[in-house]
Design a protein around this ligand. Structure first.
Ligand code: NAD
Length: 322
């Protein structure tokens, strides 16, 4: 019998109601799931309480009310705290109610794997079919706050494939695609690789556009060329870093409202650590890490990561009709 026939995914706990999590939780509510939420920030909790959603003061209380728990937290340390800290999800001895724990935070693969191993030692309070033990999926996302709001995220999922298939309706309520990456930790690994490629492409486009401006070719002209040439990429045609060149993107909103440079710096730190552990070369990751660390230290930590164009390369704004 497959898990979906046995396991309920209707009662969903959600922990971490920040920029991404609040929007993901909203989409689950819209899709008809029965939510119980927690965040250490009372304002975030209050917002959901006013919408009639059940709120809890601790992760453990969420765990007690849910069949599935999703976490969307800033970093590995926060995830470890929510799982294993006092009144954490795993607080109740070796017994646990949720059969499935999904962590969508961007964290290092090693921590993901360690948590999966810890959880595999727990026992379900109520046996479900043949299975007695809970499972964990690492399911980080690609896509900005805009994608979280629109329900168009991409999920990269590591862990049991059977659990992944059962949880698919949850993922597809928050995203447009969901890709199974392999065993425990492989979703986290995929996410780190995606963001390392993104950081390098954003810096490459920014460096080229700033050089073009200095050589007398406008960023608008160069972008037009890139977008029908071999340099075309998401950073040139969907998320251009030059203020005034595209509407609706963070560069045209003083680099507000996107993916913060501090989050990119965090992801690059994870990529460097993973490359060291794997014995791989990482010269571009290392250089990108230095640039984003410098941007953060220079006070641009909360600005969108495309701000490298202005604040690292000193690129210039271009009027929309240039
Ligand atoms: P955020 O800082 O806006 O939200 C995190 C939330 O977690 C906050 O509400 C905070 O109060 C809560 N929190 C922190 N520690 C907690 C604890 N111990 N107990 C309960 N709640 C706790 O972060 P975000 O932008 O929503 O990002 C969340 C994750 O998603 C990160 O791992 C990030 O790298 C990843 N991500 C972000 C984006 C983006 O564009 N922002 C895109 C893709 C992936």
């Amino acid at each position: 019998m497959i898990l979906s026939m046995i396991h309920c995914i209707q009662n969903v706990g959600f922990i971490g109601l920040g920029n991404m999590g609040s929007r993901m939780a909203n989409n689950l509510i819209k899709a008809g799931f029965n939510l119980t939420v927690h965040d250490k920030n009372n304002d975030a909790l209050e917002m959901f309480s006013q919408m009639g959603v059940s709120t809890k003061k601790t992760p453990y209380e969420v765990s007690e009310a849910s069949d599935v728990v999703i976490t969307m937290l800033p970093s590995s340390a926060h995830v470890i705290d929510v799982y294993t800290g006092p009144n954490g999800l795993l607080h109740g001895g070796k017994l646990i109610r949720p059969w499935l724990l999904i962590d969508s935070s961007t964290i290092d693969p090693q921590t993901s794997r360690n948590l999966s191993a810890t959880i595999s030692n727990y026992i379900l309070k109520e046996k479900k079919g043949d299975s007695e033990r809970p499972v964990k999926l690492d399911a980080p996302v690609s896509g900005s706050i805009i994608a979280a709001e629109a329900g168009t995220l991409t999920f990269m999922v590591g862990g049991s494939e059977e659990a992944f298939l059962t949880a698919k309706p949850l993922f597809l309520s928050m995203g447009k695609s969901t890709i199974y990456c392999g065993g425990e930790g492989s979703g986290s690994a995929a996410k780190i690789c995606n963001n390392l490629a993104l950081a390098v492409s954003m810096l490459g486009i920014s460096e080229a556009l700033a050089l073009g401006q200095s050589l007398g070719v406008s960023a608008t002209t160069l972008t037009n060329i890139f977008n029908c040439s071999s340099a075309r990429c998401w950073s040139s045609d969907a998320y251009n870093p030059v203020p005034g060149l595209m509407e609706g993107v963070p560069s045209s909103k003083d680099y507000n409202g996107g993916f913060a440079s501090k989050l990119m710096a965090k992801d690059l730190n994870l990529a460097v650590e993973s490359a060291k552990l794997a014995g791989c070369k990482y010269p571009l990751t290392s250089q990108a890490q230095k640039i984003y660390t410098e941007l953060c230290n220079g006070g641009h930590d909360s600005k969108d990561f495309s701000c490298a164009f202005r604040h690292f390369y000193s690129g210039m704004d271009e009027p929309h009709d240039n």
